[in-house]
Design a protein around this ligand. Structure first.
Ligand SMILES: [Zn+2]
Ligand SMILES: [Zn+2]
Length: 103
């Protein structure tokens, strides 16, 4: 189900979708998971196939570098923490914050 109005141009929508996945802002940082360098798409380690979305750890690293965390109040480049214990992935709200900043 979509909220698309009848007669809305589909190709433009598709192009926007493709564009947004190509230009995922997390690609500005290297991927610690598949070792894609900055600007390169993530790949499947087994087949080398390009992934449409960056790995979660890459998105997390990018959000960590780009945004203040609204959840635990840390500065950019500082990992999120839970009661002083560093977290492997940043809080979801920080990722949302970074995406809004990049948009
Ligand atoms: Zn990756
Ligand atoms: Zn946090």
């Amino acid at each position: 189900m979509t909220a698309r109005k009848p007669g809305a141009p589909m190709p433009a929508q598709l192009r926007a979708l493709i564009h947004s996945s190509v230009a995922h802002p997390a690609r500005t940082v290297p991927c610690p998971h598949c070792h894609a360098s900055a600007g390169r798409p993530c790949t499947l380690r087994t087949t080398g196939q390009h992934l449409p979305e960056p790995h979660p750890q890459r998105v997390s690293n990018w959000a960590q570098a780009a945004a203040v965390c609204p959840e635990c109040q840390v500065e950019p480049k500082t990992p999120c923490h839970d009661a002083g214990r560093p977290l492997r992935y940043v809080h979801d709200r920080r990722t949302t914050e970074a995406k809004e900043t990049a948009a």
